[in-house]
Design a protein around this ligand. Sequence first.
Ligand code: FMN
Length: 264
Amino acid sequence: MEKKKVLAISGSMRNPSFTERMLDLCIEGMGEGLEVQKFYPHRMKIGPCLGCWACWKKNAGVCIQKDDFGQILNAYKEADYLLLAAPLYFFGLPATVKNVIDRLFVILEPGQHKSPRGGTEHPKRYHRHSKAVLISSCGFPEFGNFDLLRQHFMKISQELDWKWAGEVLVPAAGTANVPRLFDSKYDLIRNAGAELVTGSISKATTERIAEAMMPASDYRKMCTANFRGGLVANLTRILIGIKAIARLAMTSREVSYAIKRSTM
Ligand SMILES: Cc1cc2nc3c(=O)[nH]c(=O)nc-3n(C[C@H](O)[C@H](O)[C@H](O)COP(=O)(O)O)c2cc1C
């Protein structure tokens, strides 16, 4: 049987990147027997779309820029899954990732027609309907910080005929620095990958992945202390971390007690 193909975009410039970790866990959860191609747009030579319309008017479906985008386009044409992993930058995509999306203009055909959703769209050159997943993390604690990005990704998926297949979103990503606190999240992200292979990532899994591991007020204090540095700030940061770990241990104990009671 032919292997399913995954096109993964890893859009963080940080190394190590938390968002890339999420991407890798999701791929791990998807299991073996996949052909994964991962691209780092910021490490590639990819010019911005020139808006010259040459891919519509001169050479149908061919960009006049001969750069590394061709590698992504080749993978795109065959992809069964599209995993777009990018940290939230000013409530949207980092410029280098948006740049890749803009270059996908080449897959649109000239012309407009009525879309099934009632608006207008361009016909497409390829009809793969790849399953598309948005993976992102952000530094603020509220899930609502992803609102614009989620809406944007949904719109792009519709316009490019992707089959929107779910979201893996982690706010308050700075919490990942507290040891053990995100362990359960990492399992859930693997689980999201497994769900993707059999269908799409469930709303319940997305919500659990996004769950806060400490109150927003503690998180803000911890992050502020983190950047401030110094003895008092370090102590504050450590104490908040310990409080969160203790809270987690207590919740786990309560859950296992409840399970035990329910099976008695
Ligand atoms: C240029 C820039 C813009 C950012 N904008 C936001 C933002 O709008 N909202 C937010 O919550 N975090 C924002 N962040 C924080 C990152 O989204 C967050 O630290 C993320 O987890 C980084 O992921 P990474 O380790 O994969 O790079 C921004 C960070 C940078 C560097």
